[in-house]
Design a protein around this ligand. Structure first.
Ligand code: ADP
Length: 474
């Protein structure tokens, strides 16, 4: 401002000096006064022109160059230009931050929707759009209550009590493929609302499975426990003859075995679920595996039939003299379950063929065929479910737990194999495990530690053995 004052003073001085010079020639002309007024006016005109230039620049092209080029107005222009540039930079930064923030919300696995005070959709991510069947662009500023017509949701919105979440069906939910959403509104800002949605279908299914599982296990254990408790009471209260006492004790041992088999199968399943899949290092020699299976099958057949003689016709055929990469215990358990099922469900005199062969594509097929009762087509898809049985009484009579094929399926999955079931009622069944070529190792390749001695290390509670043990009649 000092410069402005000096310039103004300079104008006045120049006007006064010019007036003095005039007064020398025209005394009494008041030329000094006139010179001062003219100088002040000139300064005012010039200053106003610059102020106009500054205002025009502000109004029209403040973003570009231009504006007054001298004096204090130039400084005004420069300062305002810097302020505007700074504000522009801040706006761009805020926009970039908002974009990042919206991208983060877009990447959220949960649905996020922003609603204004009147429940209009201000923004929603793709997940929320999919959950509620909306179009994230087209439906902006539409009222959410008009678009989501589920009665539960409409009631939740109207009740205005957003302390708890709402469970409702998703837009694509059908009876064959139900989709369940957990939805909750949260208030924020000036009457605005944040709507969060989460797909809880898998959680709900897991919870239903857990409930079924607990109910099934309780049901399986209740019967032998009731029988055991009954015999204990009988032994405590009645004076029995030695023969009767022995008979009751044998029946009690049978029920205890049944519970032990069940616990053993449950432990096997949980071990299969909780451990890493077997690698390719350990190998099982297939001829050795087949010998074990044959011995177990013969023993089970004798136990089921008349003691002392084998009542089934067995054909064990191993046309591939190589190794299979995987866990010896698991493979023996899965294959043993298939063989023991064939023995248990095929009536005495029936034929059971167990074979191992290499397919043209390099896959290895282990199959168990029997001439048993067969299984109706409607049961085939559910056989590997836990505790699913077609013939309940036959399963229980022979020590079945209803978990055998669930174990087989798990072991197959862990070895990259496929379990195929083919059955015709009245004719028999064919269960096959098809292992990928990557797990097949020809006999010439060095064999892993598991099978080098030609014997299998078997878990003490391997189901194949447990099934045999528990089916021994008391
Ligand atoms: P379980 O312990 O009852 O045998 P599994 O899971 O091994 O349980 O088998 C499920 C059901 O499948 C059995 O209860 C039985 O009804 C049926 N099943 C399995 N294998 C055969 C077979 N070879 N022949 C006929 N039915 C079979």
């Amino acid at each position: 401002m000092l410069g402005r004052f000096i310039l103004f003073s300079g104008y006045l001085t120049a006007g006064a000096l010019l007036g003095l010079w005039f007064e020398v020639y025209w005394p009494e002309s008041h030329a000094v006064m006139i010179g001062l007024v003219l100088a002040a006016s000139l300064w005012m005109v010039q200053d106003s022109a610059r102020a106009d230039q500054f205002l025009n620049w502000l109004r029209l092209d403040s973003a570009a160059g231009g504006g007054p080029k001298s004096g204090v107005w130039e400084e005004f222009t420069e300062r305002v230009r810097r302020m505007l540039r700074e504000r522009e930079r801040q706006t761009q930064e805020s926009q970039a931050r908002l974009k990042d923030f919206l991208s983060a919300m877009q990447a959220s696995p949960n649905g996020v929707m922003l609603l204004d005070g009147e429940a209009h959709i201000e923004w929603c991510n793709q997940t929320a759009a999919a959950h509620f069947g909306l179009d994230s662009q087209r439906d902006v500023m539409q009222t959410i209550g008009n678009l989501v017509r589920d009665p539960g949701f409409v009631g939740y919105l109207a009740a205005r009590n957003f302390e708890t979440s709402l469970t409702m069906p998703g837009r694509n939910s059908t009876s064959s493929r139900p989709v369940t959403l957990s939805v909750q509104l949260h208030r924020y800002g000036d009457g605005r609302k944040l709507l969060l949605s989460r797909d809880i279908t898998a959680v709900e299914q897991a919870e239903a499975m857990r409930r079924d599982f607990v109910a099934n296990v309780s049901h399986e254990i209740r019967t032998p426990l009731t029988v055991l408790a009954g015999f204990v009471e009988t032994l405590q209260t009645l004076h029995l003859k030695e023969g009767e006492r022995q008979q009751y004790l044998a029946l009690m041992a049978q029920q205890a075995d049944r519970m032990q088999t069940l616990v053993s199968d449950l432990l096997t399943l949980s071990r299969l679920e909780g451990s890493a899949p077997p690698g390719l290092d350990a190998r099982v020699a297939l001829p050795t595996l087949m010998r074990h299976l044959e011995a177990d099958a013969q023993a089970l057949s004798q136990v089921i039939g008349a003691v002392g003689e084998a009542d089934h016709q067995f054909v064990f055929d191993c046309t591939f003299d190589g190794n299979l990469a995987g866990s010896a215990n698991e493979l023996l358990s899965a294959m043993g379950n298939l063989v023991s099922n064939a023995v248990r469900y095929t009536p005495v005199g029936g034929r059971i063929s167990v074979s191992v062969r290499l397919r043209a594509d390099g896959c290895l097929v282990f199959s168990v065929a029997d001439t048993g009762p067969g299984i109706a087509a409607e049961h085939l898809g559910r056989l590997t479910e836990r505790f699913y049985r077609v013939d309940r009484s036959r399963s229980r009579e022979t020590g079945g737990t209803g978990l055998g094929l669930a174990i087989v399926k798990h072991v197959a999955q862990r070895h990259g194999a496929v379990l195929s079931i083919d059955s015709t009622v009245g004719k028999g069944s064919l269960f096959s495990l098809i292992f990928p070529a990557s797990r097949v190792v020809p006999a010439a390749a060095p064999v892993g530690a598991d099978t080098s001695a030609g014997s299998l290390s078997v878990l003490p509670d391997a189901p194949a053995n447990a099934a045999i043990a528990s089916s021994i009649p008391a």
